[in-house]
Design a protein around this ligand. Structure first.
Ligand code: PLP
Length: 388
């Protein structure tokens, strides 16, 4: 057979960091101790309470059969209850919530649910790459919304010209934001909701970091705190970052019931729901989120302090925010994102993510992830300090 992959896979832009990966592998093969600050994947274990519930439910044969593609009723009720406690937003668990295999799956599949070939999505840049790629896979095109530090990395709606706004079907947003760590206020969401209602655009808000914040007086808000947002909105929620459950693959989408129904219709035909035992474990997570996130945030708070102290000493400028597991920092004068990442790798055996990995507006930055134990983190920072 002469294998030729589908054109849609060829639309994936060339991997910019093949060279960095090659060097990492080469160093590791030589037995060098490479420390990665590049990966956004919590290193802390999933809380026992959640694991125990999984074990209990995994033993029940009722759960060994196909789950519903729309999700377990009890999980969706727990999700609705969480929304009420956390955001003061009322949702109908049966019609306004659907279980997903994490935000990533939801974001990719929403493209197939909404985008016709040639349709346009508005995507933040820098941003999580699935917004762009999901759109391309579904045959759509995308228009970049630049995130700039002078605007606190908020999308500037005035910059979107009317023709583009009229053409767009989806707008992807993500606050607290990966990679910039910025947050948004309800007044921003109010403007987005007005904009989306005016131009008939579905707002897909990726809420993956809703519970990774460090200023309890300034908790991240939900898109549904804005007026008339449910008319035009969908919010993707993930248990991954909140409860250290990236490997479990569970989250939920909430919002406009017609969109939820269509997403379910699509999902019925491509997957068969999340293992019910995992959903029961998710119920425990959501019902106890107040207690479960606190210890996580304490660990992260301490790590942030360590990193900020070091960066301050080295003169590296970084964006000061109070959320997410990332630090978004500027590369030193005379460097590009790529050259600085390569310098850190070559001279310090430390991996950071070059900002342009997230889009052209990420150029000039690099991202540090704090999902590394304190000792390793300090070692990595020590090495960075030495070469600067
Ligand atoms: C980690 C991450 C996700 C993926 O979440 P899953 O629920 O594990 O699929 C989605 N969006 C952003 C911005 C993320 O950083």
């Amino acid at each position: 057979m002469i294998f030729e992959e589908a054109d849609r896979l060829k639309t994936i832009p060339p991997y910019l960091f093949a060279e960095i990966d090659r060097v990492i592998n080469e160093k590791k093969a030589k037995g060098e101790d490479v420390i990665s600050l590049g990966i956004g994947d919590p290193d802390i274990a999933t809380p026992d309470l959640i694991i125990e519930e999984l074990c209990r439910e995994a033993k029940n044969p009722v759960n060994h059969r196909y789950p519903s593609s729309y999700g377990l009723k009890l999980f969706k009720e727990a999700a609705a209850n969480y929304y009420l406690r956390r955001f003061n937003v009322k949702l109908d668990p049966e019609t306004e919530i659907i279980t997903i295999w994490g935000s990533k799956e939801g974001i990719a599949n929403i493209a197939y649910t909404v985008i016709n070939p040639g349709d346009m999505a508005l995507v933040p840049d820098p941003g999580y790459l699935v917004y762009k790629l999901g759109t391309l896979f579904a045959g759509g095109t995308y228009h970049i919304m630049p995130l700039r530090q002078k605007d606190d990395f908020l999308v500037n709606l005035d910059e979107i010209d009317t023709g583009i706004a009229k053409k767009a079907k989806i707008m992807h947003l993500n606050y607290p934001n990966n990679p910039t760590s910025s947050t948004c206020s309800n007044s921003f969401f109010e403007k987005v909701s007005q904009f989306a209602n005016k131009y008939n655009i579905l707002v897909c808000h990726d809420n993956a970091y809703s519970d990774v914040y460090f200023d309890p007086g300034n908790k991240p808000v939900s898109f549904f705190n804005a007026a008339e947002s449910k008319e035009v909105g969908l919010e993707f929620n993930s248990l991954s970052k909140t409860f250290n459950m990236t490997g479990w693959r569970i989250g939920f989408a909430a919002g406009n019931r017609k969109v939820i129904e269509s997403l379910g219709k699509y999902k019925t035909n491509v997957d068969s729901g999340v293992f019910n035992a995992v959903q029961y474990a998710g119920v425990e997570a959501l019902n106890n989120y107040e207690n479960l996130v606190r210890p996580n945030l304490e660990v992260y708070r301490n790590r942030r302090k360590i990193i900020f102290n070091t960066l301050d000493k080295t003169g590296i400028k970084y964006y000061k925010s109070d959320a997410t597991i990332y630090i978004w920092a500027e590369v030193p004068e005379g460097h590009t994102s790529k050259s600085f990442s390569e310098l850190l790798l070559n001279k310090a055996n430390v991996v950071v993510t070059p900002g342009n990995a997230f889009g052209i507006f990420g150029e000039g930055y690099f991202r540090i992830s704090i999902t590394l134990d304190d000792a390793k983190l300090e070692e990595a920072l020590e090495r960075i300090k030495k070469i600067l």
